[in-house]
Every structure is written in C-alpha cells, then in structure tokens.
Ligand binder design. Structure first.
Ligand SMILES: Cc1cc2nc3c(=O)[nH]c(=O)nc-3n(C[C@H](O)[C@H](O)[C@H](O)COP(=O)(O)O)c2cc1C
Length: 241
C-alpha cells in the first residue's frame, strides 16, 4: 500500500512536490469515485420481443437515443488492428446502417485506412449514456468504389467536404499554421466547388457477423443480447453481464 503521509512536507514544513503530486492523485481518484452512470430512468428492454435480425433493433435504439436527447448518438468508436495485430480505436460518424452494413467515411491513407487495407476486420461501439445502452458490432469491412465514396461525401456538409479536401490524415503535421492555411484553402474550395473530388476519401461498409445489444439496469441486471450471423440468418443468445 502506498503511504500518502510520507513526504507531505519538507524539513522546513513547506509541502514538497511529491506531496502536491500525491494530493493531485488522491483528488483525481476521489473525482472518479464520485462520478456516477445512469442517474435517470432507464428504458425497458425485453429480449424476448427482439426482432429476428439486428438492423431494425439498431435503428430503433439509435432513434430512441436521439429522441431521448443523447448527444451525437451517431458517433461511434471504430476499432481496427494493423498487420501486426496492434489495435487502434477512434471516433467516427455513422453515415448509414442498412442491409449491407454500417457505413462510415475516412481517408484511405489514414492509420485506420491502412489498418483496413492490411486487415479488413473492424469493431464498432456505440454508447448512449442517457439510455444506459451500448451496441457492439463486429465484422468484415469493404471499401466502396470511388463513385459511391464521392457521392456519399458530396451529400454531406461543406465542412465535411472541406475536411476531406485537407487530406493527409494521420500524417505528421509541421505546425498549426500549416493546418490553418490548408483548411482555409479547403473551405474556400468546398464553398466554390461543392463537387470537388477528394480522391483519398473513402466510404467503408462493415458487414456485421456479430451485433450485441446491452441494456443497463440500476440493479446491475444488465441485459446482453447477441446476434450471430449464420448461413441463413441470425441466431440470438443472451450473455451474462
Ligand atoms: C465526434 C467525432 C467524429 C469524427 N468523425 C470522423 C469521421 O467520420 N471520419 C474520420 O476520418 N475521422 C473522424 N473523426 C476523427 C477521428 O476520431 C480520428 O482522429 C481520425 O480519423 C484519425 O484517425 P486514425 O489516425 O486512427 O486513422 C471524428 C472525431 C470525432 C471526435
């Protein structure tokens, strides 16, 4: 057990740097211990009534999250791994979820783009705190062709196009000023040329082979319903929380 009373003061009675660091560590732990999840009422979920396929349930939960005021319910964590198996996770936006899968856009040359080229498997996680709900998706990712990728980008906002035009995602940036110059030029071009091509911007579609729905419960009887793709459809199972 670390002893936090050890070096609280120097020989002259003034607090030492070690004491200050310890106080900060303790305050941080107190902060974490004081934080709570799911302070409000949680929605009900009856797995016995769940549909035979995960897509309608996913769409329903996303809609309910939006209606419940969950901020940015269409953002998700995307996990990939490189050729050596080293994982990375980051947030991206969901562009669509349909029979083909879960759609998102990014640069082919980014870290995640390179990961997916080496190993086209990925996992997604959505967390909708106000509903105590989490959805996990895992599957194989396919890159859409240039035309579909461009069409998806050009349906989005000027800001999305400007960001895509900046490009060079995940490369080392020399200075903030360099970023501002590139972004200003990209915004100007995106405003003037709404169909400007952003060749590295790619739409990806994750075809799920596993989708898990987690409904939190105040008494910790969390419900987990998992769908696994089979030859002809999906099989469903409950999992211990
Ligand atoms: C709310 C939010 C939404 C984001 N959406 C996207 C996105 O749709 N596509 C994207 O490439 N990056 C998006 N990003 C940035 C990524 O999280 C990440 O920083 C970037 O894609 C580089 O990741 P990588 O180096 O692992 O490839 C978003 C970030 C946040 C916080």
């Amino acid at each position: 057990m670390p002893d936090h009373t050890d070096d609280t003061a120097g020989t002259d009675g003034t607090p030492t740097a070690g004491a200050a660091a310890d106080a900060e560590t303790l305050a941080f732990r107190d902060l974490l211990r004081g934080l709570r999840v799911w302070t409000g009422e949680l929605p009900s979920f009856d797995p016995a009534q769940a549909p035979a396929e995960p897509l309608p349930l996913f769409r329903q939960w996303l809609r309910e999250a939006a209606e419940a005021g969950v901020p940015e319910p269409h953002t998700m964590s995307l996990a990939t791994a490189d050729a050596a198996g080293d994982p990375s996770v980051r947030i991206v936006m969901l562009h669509d979820a349909d029979e083909r899968g879960w759609h998102f856009g990014t640069h082919r040359g980014s870290r995640k783009g390179r990961d997916l080229a080496a190993r086209p498997r990925a996992a997604l996680a959505f967390y909708w705190a106000a509903a105590g709900r989490q959805v996990r998706v895992r599957g194989t990712v396919t890159a859409a062709g240039p035309e579909e990728s461009a069409a998806d980008l050009h349906r989005r906002s000027t800001g999305a196009l400007a960001a895509a035009l900046v490009g060079r995602q995940s490369e080392v940036l020399g200075s903030v000023a360099e970023l501002h110059r590139a972004a200003d030029a990209a915004w100007e071009r995106a405003g003037r040329e709404p169909d400007a091509p952003a060749p590295s911007w790619t739409l990806y579609v994750l075809r799920a082979d596993e989708v898990e729905f987690f409904q939190g419960d105040h008494r910790r009887r969390h419900l987990r319903l998992t769908y696994r793709r089979t030859d002809g459809g999906w099989e469903r199972e409950l999992l211990w929380p």
